[in-house]
Design a protein around this ligand. Structure first.
Ligand code: LMR
Length: 330
């Protein structure tokens, strides 16, 4: 009699507790990136993690791999497309294998300042680029700023001709490669994680990057000459796998969207502060000589690099380049 009573109760208890055991482990969602935690992207990722985990930590865990610890950006973009990782925020220069349209961000001197970049990203054209790779498994959820790029080298330079014959690291983008070829320099595409040692071993003589990346990765230790060139932009697209996103329920998707919106706002504020602070850090170092070109000196660099706009018009789309130019006219 007793046994007959206990058995159903035990069975009921197991049925009740089983789902709890099954749900005990939150699903790990991988966010891979290549920069230090103390950068706009690093800080944004941490904010995203803490927002998601504070609201949905029983179900999701955001596992961040910074500093290329898991993979470099080229692999991260394909890992997102294939659904092997969940979030990444590669530079806009790293999507060449999936779309030609984002090359607009690589055109030298196209954006006057980061506000112009912001206006373009918020415009209908800028927003449409977020979904331009959706059919290939990559969905853009928003943009994040880092800042404008500066040129650095291991020897003095003031004129475009001074770079002739030097080897410059670029991101893996054919616009950026051609940009250096126009200056008769040799472009050497390589992953971000390899740049410091390539500079230290003098396999390259120069590079282009933002104040925040030059400072946080200590590129300046081997690049005593810098020019405040602001010649290009290094911004990011926060991406996820299209199927992963579509398979989330409506409520979760809204929560992820909200957390991303907040994290991107925060990351953009960090980008602004870091760009200003790291510029001060670098330009006040005694070991570094900073060339600040006059408007007419900068114009010679513009003249040397700007022919790229016309040569990429067909590939990128004239309407996209026009929308970007419009954003700089304000
Ligand atoms: C680079 O390769 O220089 C950048 O994409 C690194 C980064 O993510 O800021």
């Amino acid at each position: 009699m007793m046994n007959r009573l206990i058995r159903p109760t035990l069975l009921g208890l197991i049925t009740l507790l089983l789902p709890m055991f099954l749900w005990a482990e939150p699903q790990p969602l991988v966010f891979s990136h290549v920069v230090s935690p103390n950068t706009p992207k690093g800080k944004m990722a941490e904010m995203f993690k803490s927002m998601i985990e504070s609201k949905m930590g029983d179900r999701f865990e955001i596992v961040i791999y910074p500093n290329s610890d898991l993979m470099d950006d080229d692999e991260a973009v394909s890992a997102i497309a294939e659904g092997r990782i969940h979030f990444a925020a590669p530079s806009l220069s790293k999507f060449e294998a999936y779309t030609q349209k984002l090359k607009v961000f690589d055109l030298p001197f196209l954006f006057r300042d980061i506000e112009a970049v912001n206006r373009f990203q918020k415009s209908p054209t800028g927003q449409s680029l977020l979904t331009s790779m959706d059919s290939q498994g990559i969905l853009g959820l928003g943009y994040l700023h880092n800042g404008l790029k500066q040129l650095t080298a291991d020897r003095p330079f003031t004129q475009p001709g001074d770079l002739a014959g030097l080897r410059f690291r670029t991101m893996n983008s054919d616009v950026l490669i051609k940009q250096f070829e126009l200056l008769n320099a040799e472009a050497v595409p390589m992953a971000f994680s390899e740049v410091y040692s390539a500079l230290a071993e003098q396999r390259i003589q120069g590079q282009e990057n933002t104040w925040s990346n030059i400072y946080s990765k200590a590129f300046y230790e081997h690049q005593p000459y810098m020019m405040i060139s602001n010649h290009g932009v290094l911004d990011y697209m926060l991406i996820t796998n299209s199927d992963f996103w579509k398979e989330l329920n409506e409520e979760d998707r809204d929560m992820f969207r909200y957390a991303l919106e907040m994290a991107l706002k925060y990351g953009n504020a960090v980008a602004k502060a870091k760009s200003a602070n790291d510029k001060i850090e670098l330009t006040s170092m005694k070991s570094i000589s900073v060339f600040k070109p006059s408007a007419s000196e900068l114009a010679t660099w513009q003249t040397a690099m700007q022919p790229l706009w016309a040569s990429y018009e067909d590939l990128i789309g004239e309407n996209i380049i026009q929308a970007a130019r419009q954003a700089s006219r304000h």
